[in-house]
Design a binder for this molecule. Structure first.
Ligand code: SF4
Ligand code: SF4
Length: 95
């Protein structure tokens, strides 16, 4: 699909190399929803590799935000599952 330059992906998704949390507008996103790092070596690889897809861009800015927020939630849940020590109970207090 053609990118409609709505900017939702640069808000909804986290970008770890920029310390950008999910749901926060990237500070490299310009007022007209362009990437100020476009074409520059410091642009994160994950951003350069990102391609618009109907399954997460939807048909509007609002729909894209909702779809990508859901994706971020799934990804956080998967990360939590893989976390070392998951399922290990902490020692009881006082023992
Ligand atoms: S959410 Fe999709 S359509 Fe909107 S700017 Fe990002 S890639 Fe383009
Ligand atoms: S660096 Fe550019 S492409 Fe990546 S999230 Fe920020 S504005 Fe979007």
């Amino acid at each position: 699909m053609e990118c409609r330059k709505c900017g939702a992906c640069c808000i909804a998704l986290s970008v770890s190399s920029l310390d950008k949390p999910a749901g926060i507008r990237c500070h490299h996103l310009t007022g007209d929803n362009r990437c100020s790092l476009w074409g520059k070596p410091e642009r994160p690889e994950v951003c350069s590799a990102f391609r618009p897809e109907p399954s997460f861009c939807g048909s509007s800015f609002r729909e894209a935000l909702e779809l990508m927020e859901a994706l971020e939630g799934e990804s956080r849940a998967a990360d939590e599952e893989r976390r070392p020590g998951k399922g290990v109970q902490p020692p009881e207090a006082g023992r």
